[in-house]
Ligand binder design. Structure first.
Ligand SMILES: [Zn+2]
Length: 273
């Protein structure tokens, strides 16, 4: 005996079950388009996974994202249509919407990826960046936010670049780093995971100075320190206390002079923080 439901589907009158069915049927019709759309984010996630060594988690996150998208996109449309008016035309137009949501699909994958970076490895974004290219070819848009703040509270005292020298009073002084307000004795934090390559006296004005190599051409330096917590060769984690701030070397008062070096050349730290 035929069920009325089966006949109704075949005839195609407006109903929520039919809408879901149509939505499901639309997906396989477009497999190549879906694949193309996801290749960018997928490759990014894959590269991130390779760079940070948490392939499993990234893979799971990607799979989960795909799962959520597959289920959520068709399922929510009929529900919303029913809430709004309950009529078939609205539901049908909602069903045809998924192809137009492609931007949102990408956005959700990106969001999921940053969630993975934050939870599994705060250094993930930086590692991904530096595994893909030398620090020298990284754009400011890509580098922004990849380094952590070297102090718990970041208040700029003097920016990177040309300025009037606080030491000589002369103009045209090139300030090689960013000065942040810090009372002497404030904890100075590693901006990212890396290896300490210098912890000693900087004879060109930095005073007590720590240099951390983050790999692939990227280094950070911490200057005018009152004391060190690390030794050369030591591996430090992002956010680890590497020193206490001070006013040693060419300094007019307690503060932290923080530098970012790319292939040996100083760059604006604010482009990385
Ligand atoms: Zn400075």
């Amino acid at each position: 005996m035929q069920t009325p439901r089966g006949r109704r589907r075949a005839a195609g009158p407006p109903s929520v079950p039919r809408v879901v069915e149509v939505a499901a049927a639309e997906r396989p019709r477009d497999p190549h388009r879906d694949a193309r759309r996801r290749r960018g984010p997928f490759r990014q996630v894959t590269e991130f996974a390779a760079a940070s060594g948490i392939g499993q988690k990234a893979g799971i996150a990607l799979a989960a994202t795909g799962l959520v998208l597959t289920v959520a996109v068709p399922a929510t449309s009929p529900v919303m249509a029913t809430d709004a008016s309950g009529t078939a035309p609205v539901a049908a137009s909602a069903v045809s919407a998924p192809p137009q949501i492609s931007a949102d699909v990408g956005a959700q994958i990106d969001f999921s990826r940053s969630a993975v970076v934050t939870q599994a490895d705060p250094d993930g974004k930086l590692k991904q960046l530096l595994s893909a290219q030398s620090a020298g070819s990284v754009t400011r848009a890509a580098s922004a936010g990849t380094l952590a703040a070297p102090l718990t509270s970041l208040v700029t005292a003097s920016p990177f670049g040309y300025r009037v020298s606080p030491i000589t009073g002369g103009s045209g002084d090139f300030h090689r780093g960013q000065d942040f307000v810090a009372q002497c004795g404030t904890s100075v934090l590693a901006a990212a995971t890396g290896t300490v390559t210098f912890a000693g006296w900087h004879q060109f004005g930095g005073g007590n100075r720590v240099v951390i190599d983050h790999g692939n051409g990227l280094e950070t330096t911490y200057n005018h320190l009152s004391s060190f917590n690390v030794k050369v060769g030591q591996t430090v984690s992002r956010g680890e206390v590497v020193a206490l701030s001070g006013t040693t070397g060419a300094s007019t008062g307690c503060h932290l002079h923080f530098e970012v070096q790319v292939n040996g050349e100083v760059v604006d730290p604010m482009g990385w923080l």
